[in-house]
Design a protein around this ligand. Structure first.
Ligand code: GDP
Ligand code: MN
Length: 380
């Protein structure tokens, strides 16, 4: 689950991380009021679940409350990576001397939280990793002991030569680590961590991603979810208990099992197509799940053809067949459908489909080639 910058900052502030004060606004008038309250120079920042807001024009400095209102008007309602800006954070501007990067992520390979820090902050850390890998220090944290003070200090000195700044940074890393662990995060980053001309070290941006599996035991964190900021189709899928990720292609895929879903996407790519989504209807697929899946996929106008790829183990293929029939009766399809289905109750499923005018194959290879051709507007 993504949370907004202002929410991540709230969590970090509670741990003691120095962060300039700020408030949330949804109108230009509110932006102006907040800027007046804060006094001095402010930054108006789009609150959307997307990185690189700065480059997209979603982060702007303003010298006066009137100017703040003006940039607020521009940023509110703008689109950043397909997401509409509904809220902005208005925060006191920091006087920036240097920008560093500090992040913690769960590294699946080492099964640890790993710190990544770099004196080259502000920009994409992926860019630094590609062009200047020596400027990044990685430090895996032993979960038995947590981040040790000497480790934090080592990273502090990697960022700053000056002892006072290094020490301040080390303290912030310890606070960031605690916030990361306590919130069940899979990522927590401060980019940039800045130094000011008078030697202060402060966080001017914050990002946290929470591991969905941690939410059940952290209702306070789960309550931070902002459904208005989520992709509509992903939101609907979550409500329908489907594992769904929207992609940019035109072949809609409805599959049971994550492994089969991955294999299906690979095969679609192999035959020159582009999957429109990842969708796993799960093991025990009731007809209702199939109805929901079809509704979500057909709502995407980019989808030119749909593929069902079902391997019936626990899943009963007749349930899926019934789902297809029910869903298409409720709202007839406007794009072609290719069905591949094999396994439990296959004979019954094929009969149901045939009676309702659907063709099906048990061959995955054949089905994928067919759906890719259909998506491209090919014959058959
Ligand atoms: P992002 O682009 O979404 O990562 O948004 P950031 O909050 O990181 O802001 C992008 C850039 O705007 C930063 O790297 C800074 O250069 C600049 N910026 C952000 N906040 C401030 C601030 O308080 N003062 C100044 N002078 N610049 C800022
Ligand atoms: Mn940033």
């Amino acid at each position: 689950m993504n949370i907004h910058e202002y929410q991540a900052k709230e969590i970090l502030r509670r741990e003691g991380v120095p962060i300039p004060p700020g408030e949330i606004a949804t109108t230009a008038a509110q932006v102006e009021q907040i800027a007046r309250r804060l006094g001095g120079m402010v930054v108006v920042k789009a609150q959307v679940h997307a990185g690189g807001r700065g480059k997209a024009g979603g982060v702007k400095l303003a010298k006066t409350p009137a100017e703040a209102a003006e940039v607020g008007k521009k940023i509110l309602g703008m689109q950043i990576k397909g997401l509409t800006v509904e809220k902005v954070l208005v925060t006191a501007a920091a006087d920036i001397e240097t920008e560093a990067y500090v992040g913690v992520i769960i590294d699946r390979a080492s099964k640890r939280a790993v710190f990544m820090v770099s004196p080259a902050g502000g920009i994409d850390i992926e860019e630094v990793a590609a062009t200047d890998p020596d400027k990044i220090m990685r430090l895996p944290v032993d979960p038995r002991y947590g981040l040790q003070p000497f480790e934090a200090m080592e990273m502090g000195f990697f960022l700053y030569k000056d002892v006072a700044r290094a020490r301040a940074a080390a303290r912030i890393m310890a606070q960031l680590y605690r916030a990361f662990i306590d919130s069940g995060a899979s990522l927590a980053e401060i980019n940039p961590l800045v130094t000011t001309p008078d030697g202060e070290v402060i966080a001017v941006d914050a990002k946290m991603v929470i591991d969905d599996n941690e939410l059940d035991r952290r209702p306070d964190i789960a309550a931070l979810r902002d459904e208005s900021a989520e992709e509509t189709s992903e939101l609907q899928a979550r409500r329908a208990n489907l594992t769904f990720i929207k992609l940019d292609g035109d072949v809609g895929c409805i599959v049971n099992g994550a492994g089969l879903a991955m294999a299906t996407m690979d095969l679609v790519k192999y035959y020159g197509g582009e999957p429109a989504n990842f969708l796993d209807i799960g093991g025990s697929s009731s007809p209702e799940k199939v109805v929901n899946a079809l509704r979500i996929i057909t709502a995407d106008s980019g989808v030119k053809a749909i593929l069902f790829n079902i391997f019936g183990g626990i899943t009963r293929t007749d349930d899926v067949a019934n789902g297809i029939v029910t869903a298409t009766k409720q709202s007839p399809l406007t794009v072609p459908l290719v069905i591949r289905l094999t396994g439990t109750n296959e004979e019954v499923a094929l009969k149901i489909l045939a009676e309702n005018g659907f063709a099906a194959t048990s061959d995955m290879d054949e089905a994928v080639q067919k759906v890719v051709a259909l998506a491209k507007g090919g014959a058959k």
